[in-house]
Design a protein around this ligand. Structure first.
Ligand code: SAM
Length: 482
């Protein structure tokens, strides 16, 4: 092992099929091993340290035992632990964002995705820079500050230059008090050179879903096009990190393969990035396959029910406590209510998955990527979050202050989140309430902010936050942040 270098590992080494099978077998064998399960839960419990809570996390094997466990009493314990970790490390904040679909032109053949090249029933569209500007104004007028850019893979129609120009356009739009302060990007796997260009363009997180870690299934699900190269796709995050992007977002599309396989694969991928670059993934997304033009989700036999979905989220929260978790509007209000407290830290709100959907909302959804289950407005989502005890946050401060990668992790690990993210959440919520909220949302929001201010531990930080909130209410905008 003397020449062990995780940076030079290939996809099939860090996502070892044999190790995943052994993990599933080990988990199955131990799923009722009460002593082992208790010791795993104990290991993962938040411990009080000098600066706040610290969590150790779990290995993919340990976490897989929890996922396999079918003892109701232990599952309840897992849920309580996931809630405890979420509360200790993230508090009650939920960060809001919206996807922005730039283009659905695609040369891939992913069998689950309506963008697949053979699909003639979908209307193809690519936004011009003028149209992007209009979409961004519509998003700013809702109150959004953070976007996730989405595009199909098409070197001619959507080359990297188009993506870079679009990012520039998005950051340049300032409508009334609006601004997009963080653009995350979900585009196909690309080269180190292109990742460097994305980094220079000022992206936040680079997100790429693995779809499935199972190589054989991957091949069947991606029969043609550049995305059919399993190794190139799986090693994308290594290239992104090599290019200097230190916030990367993982995910699998649940429903394509067995969830236990995907779960172990996700955690092994996270372990690999931590070993190779000293920082794990910034986020993990948990999309489930949905109906779309030419796509019937029932033909994929690995669909997971809501209970399993909740268990997966709880187990991810316990296993990788410092990795944020993202849930999209693929999920309904009911499901979202249930799993938010189990570990989700970011959700999308008022999403349109069609190209141009924010400016032409009444048009039939002929360019949509998938059906949206949560159809509420952003104001409704913000109000609903607050009634459930969450603080909607529009904060992008870490990104602006350069607290990405291991610098963000150290903020988490030293327990400074309550002195930093909490006041930032309250200040950005104030901005939202003043600029965009309905009277009902405003009233509830200001009551909650008043109460939440008292939870900021440091007197000095609390005083500054209070003063800044008053300034924002008096329409003095200086992008206050900690
Ligand atoms: N072209 C990029 C790529 O290949 O990764 C971005 C892909 S797409 C715009 C974003 C994600 O949508 C995909 O990675 C996939 O997981 C998800 N997706 C595709 N079809 C879906 C469906 N029918 N239901 C739910 N999610 C889907």
């Amino acid at each position: 092992m003397s020449n062990y270098n995780p940076k030079s590992m290939k996809a099939e080494e860090f996502i070892s099929h044999e190790e995943i099978l052994k993990t599933i077998e080990y988990a199955e064998k131990n799923k009722r091993n009460v002593e082992l399960i208790d010791s795993i839960l104990e290991k993962a419990r938040p411990k009080q340290g000098e600066f706040g809570f610290h969590c150790e996390g779990l290995s993919h094997r340990e976490a897989s035992v929890l996922l396999a466990c079918d003892i109701p009493e232990k599952i309840e314990k897992m849920y309580s632990l996931a809630k405890e970790i979420k509360k200790a490390l993230y508090g009650n904040r939920i960060v809001l964002f919206a996807p922005l679909y730039l283009s659905n032109y695609c040369i891939n053949s992913c069998v689950y995705c309506p963008y697949h090249t053979q699909n003639k029933s979908i209307c193809r569209k690519k936004l011009t820079q003028e149209e992007i500007r209009d979409e961004v104004i519509a998003l700013q007028d809702m109150g959004h500050k953070r976007l996730a850019l989405e595009a199909g893979e098409h070197p001619k129609m959507n080359p990297i230059e188009y993506i870079l120009e679009s990012i520039k356009t998005i950051y340049s739009v300032h409508h009334k008090n609006g601004a997009i302060r963080r653009v995350n990007v979900n585009i196909a796997a690309t080269t180190v050179e292109n990742y460097k260009k994305l980094k220079e363009a000022g992206i936040g997180t680079y997100i790429l879903f693995q779809e499935t870690y199972h190589k054989e299934s991957y091949k069947k699900l991606h029969p043609a096009g550049p995305k059919s190269d399993y190794a190139y796709h799986t090693e994308a995050m290594d290239r992104a990190m090599e290019a200097g992007i230190d916030d990367v977002g993982l995910g699998v599309l649940f429903g394509l393969e067995g969830y236990k396989y995907e779960f172990a694969g996700l955690l092994m991928h996270a372990e690999h990035l931590e070993a190779a670059f000293g920082v794990g993934p910034h986020t993990i997304s948990v999309p489930r396959i949905k109906r779309a033009a030419d796509i019937d989700p029932t033909v994929f036999d690995n669909g997971i029910d809501d209970e399993t979905f909740a268990k997966i989220i709880a187990c991810i929260r316990i296993a990788v406590p410092y990795t944020g978790m993202i849930m999209s509007t693929r999920e309904s209000e009911n499901v979202r209510s249930r799993v938010l407290e189990l570990g989700i830290s970011q959700i999308s709100g008022a999403s349109r998955t069609s190209v141009g959907g924010y400016t032409e909302p009444l048009r039939p959804h002929e360019t949509e990527q998938f059906d949206v289950s949560d159809q509420r407005t952003l104001d409704e989502v913000v109000y609903w979050l607050m009634t459930l005890g969450h603080i909607p946050s529009f904060c992008t401060a870490c990104y602006i202050e350069g607290r990405t990668g291991d610098r963000f992790m150290s903020l988490c690990k030293t327990g400074q989140i309550l002195n930093c993210c909490h006041p930032n959440a309250l200040m950005t919520l104030t901005e939202y309430l003043v600029d965009y909220a309905s009277e009902k949302t405003k009233k509830l929001g200001f009551e909650i902010i008043e109460k939440e201010l008292s939870r900021i531990p440091k007197d000095k930080v609390r005083d500054i936050a209070k003063r800044n909130i008053e300034e924002i209410k008096n329409d003095n905008r200086r992008n206050f942040r900690f």
